[in-house]
Design a protein around this ligand. Structure first.
Ligand SMILES: NC(=O)c1ccc[n+]([C@@H]2O[C@H](COP(=O)([O-])OP(=O)(O)OC[C@H]3O[C@@H](n4cnc5c(N)ncnc54)[C@H](O)[C@@H]3O)[C@@H](O)[C@H]2O)c1
Ligand SMILES: [Fe+2]
Length: 355
């Protein structure tokens, strides 16, 4: 039996931010990535709605509990009817936590400006505290509206296309094999994987015409993993990200091929994904090999690092914190839906492999 819940209204297409004007907002708190302070997008949102606005531009990558608490005070003070989050996963997660902790009922509109996290449709918000990334998971965190406007993506830096793009791939692969997956979530995960896999290299090369499709794929993968859960790649990525502040998608790129190898008990599901995405493979082991090769090839094409050391984390730093990292990974909620129950030796082995 599969339970699939739908909440977020998704409005997608170039110029879609204009749709904010049709939601009847009167008092809006805009929580935006500082990048947008130098653009005309906030002004466009103000003129589309004609509402009273307050602005919170203090979001930093991997938002902390303290930052969310500071923003919560602004929510309680300003009393908006709508919070609009404009930015990447960090801005959306920070804004979600601000509304959640305020205890108020406020419409939440997410406008992603990167194609990756899927936070615009998920019931997750990831906050960092004392060097550990904690996924907060609650249905109340699911946005009411997601606006996917490809026009926001024309100036995306290459590194951001690659980092966030590999996050889509990791969401799709992990959600396809997660213990909570069902026919509907798998279908979304498979299409998101195929789209990201085929279009990311073109987007990375500067072809802006494919970016709306990649943006939609990020949301589809987000819907899929919100239903099914994720796995060990994300659990370890959260544990390492909290310690070393390497971009989340970049860590996933380093970890995912090794996690697919470690989860060999789930080969039948990985093979189904590989065949569904047109990667072929007459028997499961061949199909999984094709999938792993495709993941390695994509990582190379997007010029992402292959090891933690190439990402600037020295093996000595990992060894010193290995116990903390392994413990945090095993306690991360994403571990619970990994297709194989991970053990400490498995996680240690993956860490050694990717160092
Ligand atoms: N809530 C969820 O479901 C979920 C899922 C996966 C990841 N995450 C979280 O999302 C975060 C990663 O999100 P992300 O990959 O979107 O990156 P991000 O939000 O951390 O942003 C990365 C950088 O990109 C800049 N940026 C954002 N949009 C831009 C644009 N259009 N042009 C130029 N620069 C821009 C930001 O200023 C920032 O410096 C991590 O903290 C991760 O844990 C959340
Ligand atoms: Fe992710």
């Amino acid at each position: 039996m599969e339970t699939f819940s739908l909440k977020t209204k998704v409005i997608s297409g170039p110029g879609a931010i204009e749709a904010l004007g049709r939601l009847g907002c009167r008092r809006v708190l805009l929580v935006a990535d500082p990048y947008f302070q130098k653009t005309d997008v906030p002004d466009k949102l103000v003129s589309a709605t004609g509402a009273d606005f307050a602005f919170f531009y203090e979001v930093k990558p991997d938002p902390t509990v303290e930052l969310a608490a500071k923003g919560t005070a602004l929510v309680q003070d300003f009393k908006p009817d709508t919070v609009v989050a404009l930015g990447g996963g960090s801005a959306m997660d920070c804004a979600k936590a601000m509304v959640y902790f305020s205890g108020q009922t406020i419409r939440f509109v997410a406008i992603p400006s990167t194609s990756g996290s899927g936070s615009e449709v998920t019931d997750f918000a990831i906050l960092t505290h004392d060097g550990v990334k904690h996924p907060l998971v609650d249905e109340a965190l699911t946005p009411d509206v997601a606006i996917l406007d490809g026009n926001l993506l024309n100036a995306l830096p290459k590194t951001l296309i690659a980092d966030a793009g590999y996050d889509i791939v990791a969401h799709a692969v992990e959600s396809f094999v997660a213990t909570g997956a069902g026919a509907i979530s798998r279908s979304l995960a498979k299409d998101a994987f195929s789209c990201a896999f085929t279009m990311l290299p073109a987007s990375f090369a500067g072809q802006t015409s494919v970016r709306q499709s990649v943006h939609n794929a990020a949301t589809m993968a987000g819907i899929a993993f919100s239903q099914s859960g994720l796995g060990l790649c994300h659990a370890l990525s959260h544990a390492l990200g909290g310690q070393f502040h390497v971009p989340h998608g970049r860590l996933n790129a380093i970890l995912l091929p090794a996690v697919v190898e470690a989860n060999c008990a789930a080969n039948a599901q990985y093979a189904e994904l590989a065949r569904g995405a047109g990667l072929g493979g007459s028997v499961d082991t061949l199909a999984v090999r094709n999938l792993r090769n495709a993941l390695l090839q994509l990582r190379k094409e997007l010029r992402l690092p292959q090891t933690l050391s190439q990402a600037g984390i020295e093996p000595r730093q990992v060894q010193e914190k290995a116990d903390t990292i392994v413990k945090a990974a095993l306690e991360d909620p994403c571990c619970a839906t990994n297709p194989v129950r991970p053990t400490a030796p498995t996680v240690q082995k993956i860490l050694r492999q990717v160092m």
